[in-house]
Design a protein around this ligand. Structure first.
Ligand SMILES: Cc1cc2nc3c(=O)[nH]c(=O)nc-3n(C[C@H](O)[C@H](O)[C@H](O)COP(=O)(O)OP(=O)(O)OC[C@H]3O[C@@H](n4cnc5c(N)ncnc54)[C@H](O)[C@@H]3O)c2cc1C
Length: 242
């Protein structure tokens, strides 16, 4: 059975939205996940709707905020002068270099991986997700309730303050088992953990493991993940407070 039945490259967002409303359509960002997934043989094929001709690849300053188009590649974020230092560092940590130059911010938000340190960085920077045809939503709400088929057009962050990460992985190059990302801004310290919930999650810096019930796997048991969460949180909160 064919896996990819058609490829569409719409020239505007309304056209993209109409195409995506059809059966078995998928938005194509950088394609690091959606392309291999679409090639898996299934009873029903998919049609891909490529978002690259929609002009969603700019990074702009808006007062204290920075607005990053959904098609901005993680590789560009690693060096962009408008990106806060923390986000440049986290984008560099996210994927191997070849994939970083493909993967997009929109795809990263839509996938909502538990281990994503970049998503953690967006959360501590008070990220709002812009969706075509709707008002902006807070990133934590999008992670908790999903996109409901919407097209992400941009992500806006508060670029002020300073942040840090503390992480533990099996090797320095491996994605962290647990990471703690913190930022000090006008509203105090924000702390986000990866690897302890289905998506990165904002926690109370004074009691970071309260209410957490991570899933254990071959990389780390439940107790080990909770231990890492407590230790890494203390370390990173101390760093941003100093
Ligand atoms: C080898 C490998 C290692 C990886 N390691 C990590 C890792 O360490 N951490 C991590 O978080 N992820 C990891 N990933 C997952 C993935 O690469 C990233 O999450 C990546 O950032 C996805 O971006 P993309 O643009 O390639 O998404 P795509 O593959 O293009 O799309 C992914 C999903 O998002 C949807 N989508 C894309 N853009 C939009 C948009 N603008 N609006 C609405 N929906 C959209 C697509 O329809 C699809 O469902 C890894 C993947 C691979 C293959």
């Amino acid at each position: 059975m064919p896996s990819v039945l058609a490829y569409h490259r719409p020239g505007n967002l309304d056209e993209a939205s109409t195409l995506l409303a059809g059966d078995n359509r998928r938005a194509l960002g950088g394609g690091t996940v959606v392309v291999p997934d679409s090639r898996v043989q299934r009873d029903v094929g998919v049609e891909l709707v490529d978002l690259q001709a929609l002009g969603l690849d700019g990074i702009e300053s808006d007062g204290d905020r920075v607005v990053m188009g959904a098609m901005v590649r993680l590789g560009e974020l690693t060096t962009h002068e408008l990106a806060p230092a923390l986000l440049r560092d986290l984008a560099r940590r996210e994927l191997p270099s070849a994939l970083r130059n493909q993967a997009t911010i929109g795809g990263t938000v839509a996938l909502a991986e538990s281990s994503s340190v970049l998503l953690a960085g967006l959360l501590v920077h008070d990220a709002q997700v812009m969706l075509h045809g709707s008002t902006g939503r807070q990133l934590d709400d999008v992670l908790a309730s999903g996109l409901d088929g919407g097209i992400i057009t941009a992500v806006s962050i508060d670029s002020t303050g300073h942040g840090a990460i503390a992480a533990t992985g099996r090797t320095p190059a491996d994605e962290p088992i647990v990471a703690a990302v913190a930022r000090t801004g006008a509203d105090g310290v924000r702390l986000v953990l990866t690897g302890v919930a289905p998506t990165p999650i904002q926690v109370d810096p004074a009691d970071p493991t309260a209410g957490l019930s991570p899933i254990g796997d071959f990389r780390g048991s439940v107790d080990y993940r909770l231990h890492l969460a407590a230790v890494l949180s203390a370390r990173v909160v101390e760093e941003v407070a100093s």
